[in-house]
Write a protein that binds this ligand. Structure first.
Ligand code: AKG
Ligand code: FE2
Length: 341
């Protein structure tokens, strides 16, 4: 696998026939070989404003942030203190605000699938009323962009462009995080100590990430060898989630990645947007010649890939937020010793 992260310009997809064909061919290579690329020419110009809002959110008094404490949310939504979310059983050294689809909560009935607990409302900061409309506008525009990209991706695989429309229609289970990675602050704390975000795959279809200019996101290019994702101002870093790996029998790669902690005194901010199927959608294999010849998903011990999105996302949340599971969903807690990633 090469260490070069392809840069794709979305304007090419709307350009001449040659430009469009070249775009689709580079897209297919990127999603197959590395599972990461950077997208420019997408027409969304306010990433810096979103990063600035993110900085301001994390600069609010701690009491204002803790008023949204994720520990109080059976939906896994709200504010997480440093170390609340875990990857591979180890606390991630980041603070975050988790936002999902804004929907009325529905009472659950006996026998309902566990993922129904994820339906409900977000927690928004009273001390920063401008955050909600800004994030909602961002989500609307990134949902449209992701859908367009998904259709182009299917086209690049010679599959019908609309084949996955009904798994995201009418309400994709989008997920947005505002993230703050503070560098170590204690005297004597080693910059290498602790993980920003541990090694993981994303769970759904596509991730569109804005990162600030500190860098720190790394992609596994070989087992135990990671490459830095370069910072390109204004570009989205795009990667593919496990459900696309399932739908393409492994032709599209959900590539492992991580974030290293910033140096002491450095604060890194980023905003991933996860474009996911509906909670109750099940992925079917894409009708595509590339998929027919693909070797199958990479099944790693301790990380089964579920074709039903609700099951796949619950797998991730249960291992990432043990304190929320213990408090709100003790029946979902993994048996002792069984959590491995
Ligand atoms: O902060 C980043 O750059 C990436 C975070 C990430 O990979 C995730 O939250 O899934
Ligand atoms: Fe990720």
């Amino acid at each position: 696998m090469t260490d070069t992260f392809p840069v794709l310009d979305l304007r090419d997809a709307a350009g001449s026939e040659e430009d469009r064909a070249a775009f689709l061919s580079r897209l297919r290579t990127a999603v197959h070989e590395i599972g990461f690329f950077q997208l420019v020419g997408h027409g969304i110009e306010d990433a810096d404003d979103m990063l600035e809002l993110t900085r301001r959110f994390f600069a609010l008094p701690e009491a204002d942030r803790l008023a949204l404490n994720i520990l109080d949310s059976p939906l896994f939504r709200g504010y997480s203190e440093l170390g609340r979310e875990h990857t591979k059983g180890i606390p991630d050294q980041r603070r975050q605000l988790d936002i999902g689809p804004e929907q009325a909560a529905t009472p659950s009935a006996p026998g309902d699938p566990a993922y129904r607990c994820l339906i409900g409302r977000n927690q928004w900061p009273a001390a920063m009323p401008e955050l909600r409309p800004a994030i909602e506008s961002w989500i609307t525009r990134l949902t449209d962009l992701s859908h367009r990209l998904l259709r182009l991706l299917l086209e690049s695989l010679d599959a019908p462009a609309g084949f996955l429309d009904d798994v995201v229609d009418p309400d994709p289970q989008i997920h947005l995080k505002l993230l703050h990675y503070p560098g170590p602050t204690q005297p004597g704390e080693d910059a290498g100590a602790g993980q920003g975000t541990g090694i993981h795959n994303d769970l759904g279809l596509l991730t569109l990430l804005v990162q600030d200019d500190n860098g720190g996101l790394q992609v596994a290019v070989e087992e135990d060898r990671f490459a830095d994702v370069p910072v390109i101002p204004g570009a989205f870093v795009v990667n593919l989630g496990e459900l696309l790996e399932v739908a393409t029998r492994g032709y599209v790669r959900a590539t492992l990645h991580r974030v290293v902690r910033p140096a002491p005194g450095v604060d890194r901010y980023s905003i991933p947007f996860f474009y996911n199927p509906r909670l109750d959608a099940t992925m079917q294999p894409l009708p595509s010649p590339y998929v027919e010849g693909a070797g199958g998903v990479i099944d790693v011990a301790g990380n089964p890939l579920f074709a039903l999105y609700g099951d796949n996302v619950m797998k991730g949340l249960i291992r990432s937020f043990p304190d929320i599971v213990a408090r709100h969903h003790p029946n979902l807690a993994p048996a002792a010793g069984s959590r491995s990633s």
